[in-house]
Design a protein around this ligand. Structure first.
Ligand SMILES: [Zn+2]
Length: 339
C-alpha cells in the first residue's frame, strides 16, 4: 500500500531467514482485515510503501538454526503479532505485549498478503496444527489468526459467562465472530447492532437472539426495551469509531463491562460520565490470539464453530486491490486471498 486507496501487487525479493530464530512460511491463505481499511482510507503517501497483511495460514519452508519446535513442512497458523513465547507477558498470555514482539504488515515488518512471509521468533509465534485438516476447514483455521481470536477477546474482557445478556456493536467479521464467541461462552441473550441484511442473517445463524438496527439514542432505547430497562451485562465493541464506543458504554447496564477490540480512531475514550456513574468497566486492546488458538482450535476442528463463514469472497493475489475496494464499499464482509 502506497497511500490511501493505492494498493499494488509487486514483485519483491523473496523473504529469507535473517535471524536464527526466524522461519519462512509459504502462505496458503491470507485475507484482508477490517483494520486494513483504516490505512486504506487514511494512509499518507509513502515512497517505499507498506507490505500489508497480518493474517495467514501456511506451510513452513525454512527455519533458522535456533528454531526448535517448528519444523519444515509444518502446517501453521500465523497470529497477527509475533512474540517470543518466553517473556513475562507471553507467560501471562498477553503475547501482543511481548517485550520482543511486534505486528505483521507494518512499515517495519513485511505482511502476509504475499506468497511467502518471514516469521520472527518462529517458536513463540507460530502455532503448528498437526491434526488432519480438511480443505473445508481452512477458512475457519485462517480466522484463528485474527478475527475469531479478536471476537473471543472482546467476550473475555466483557466477562461473558453462562446466562448473561450481551450486545455486539458492529456487524463486520470481528462482530460476527464476537457473536460466535458469546454463544460459545454461554450467553443467553445476544443482541447484534447492525443493519446489513446478509450480515444480520449470518449473525442469527451464529447465535444472535435479537437485532437492533437503530443508531445512537434510538439504539439505546431499543436495547433497554429488550433488557427489562437496564441494558446488557456485557458489550463487545468491534468497530473503534467514537460513536460505536459511545453506544457501547451507554448500553451497558450498571456494573457491566465493555470489551473493546475495534482499533480506536480517537485519542480519548468517549462516554466517561456514563461509564463512571454506572460503574461500567471498559477494557480491551489487541487480542492475544496466540494464547486463544489453544482454546478455540479444538472447536474449529470438531466443527462446533464455523467462523470461516465470515469469508464471502475469495481472490487471487493479483486481485487483492479489488478485495480492498470490495470490503471498503461493504460489498464483501471479508475477503480471503489464495496466493
Ligand atoms: Zn514475549
Amino acid at each position: 500500500m502506497y497511500s490511501a486507496g493505492d494498493v499494488r501487487i509487486e514483485n519483491v525479493p523473496d523473504p529469507k531467514i535473517v535471524e536464527p530464530s526466524d522461519a519462512v512460511i509459504r502462505v496458503t491463505r491470507a485475507c484482508v482485515c477490517g483494520s486494513d481499511l483504516w490505512p486504506y482510507q487514511k494512509m499518507e503517501r509513502s515512497d517505499t510503501g507498506r507490505l500489508m497483511g497480518h493474517e495467514a495460514i501456511g506451510v513452513v519452508e525454512d527455519v533458522g538454526a535456533d528454531v526448535r519446535t517448528i519444523k519444515r513442512g509444518d502446517f501453521v497458523i500465523m497470529p497477527f503479532a509475533f512474540s517470543d513465547g518466553t517473556c513475562a507477558f507471553c507467560h501471562d498470555g498477553l503475547q501482543t505485549s511481548c517485550v520482543h514482539g511486534g505486528f505483521f504488515g507494518t512499515t517495519d515488518v513485511a505482511g502476509a498478503q504475499a506468497e511467502a512471509v518471514r516469521i520472527p521468533l518462529a517458536d513463540g509465534t507460530l502455532f503448528p496444527v498437526r491434526a488432519n485438516t480438511d480443505d473445508a476447514l481452512m477458512a475457519s483455521l485462517l480466522t484463528l489468526s485474527d478475527v475469531m481470536g479478536t471476537g473471543h477477546h472482546a467476550a473475555v474482557i466483557a466477562r461473558v459467562t453462562p446466562g448473561k445478556s450481551v450486545a455486539v456493536v458492529g456487524d463486520g467479521a470481528v462482530g460476527l465472530c464476537a457473536v460466535i464467541a458469546a454463544k460459545r461462552l454461554g450467553a443467553e441473550q445476544i443482541i447484534i447492532l447492525g443493519r446489513h441484511a446478509d450480515r444480520i442473517a449470518l449473525a442469527k445463524d451464529f447465535g444472535a437472539t435479537d437485532v437492533v438496527s437503530e443508531r445512537g439514542d434510538a439504539a439505546l432505547e431499543r436495547i433497554r426495551e429488550l433488557t427489562g430497562g437496564y441494558g446488557v451485562q456485557s458489550v463487545l465493541e468491534c468497530v473503534g469509531l467514537e460513536q460505536a464506543v459511545n453506544t457501547a458504554i451507554s448500553i451497558a447496564r450498571p456494573g457491566g463491562a465493555v470489551g473493546r477490540v475495534g482499533v480506536p480512531q480517537e485519542q480519548t475514550i468517549p462516554g466517561s460520565e456514563p461509564a463512571f456513574y454506572n460503574n461500567v468497566t471498559v477494557g480491551g486492546g489487541p487480542a492475544p490470539v496466540r494464547a486463544y488458538i489453544e482454546d478455540l482450535l479444538p472447536d474449529v476442528l470438531e466443527g462446533k464453530i464455523e467462523p470461516g463463514r465470515v469469508f464471502d469472497r475469495t481472490v487471487a493475489l493479483d486481485d487483492v486491490p479489488d478485495g480492498y475496494r470490495a470490503m471498503n464499499d461493504r460489498e464483501a464482509i471479508k475477503v480471503m486471498v489464495t496466493p
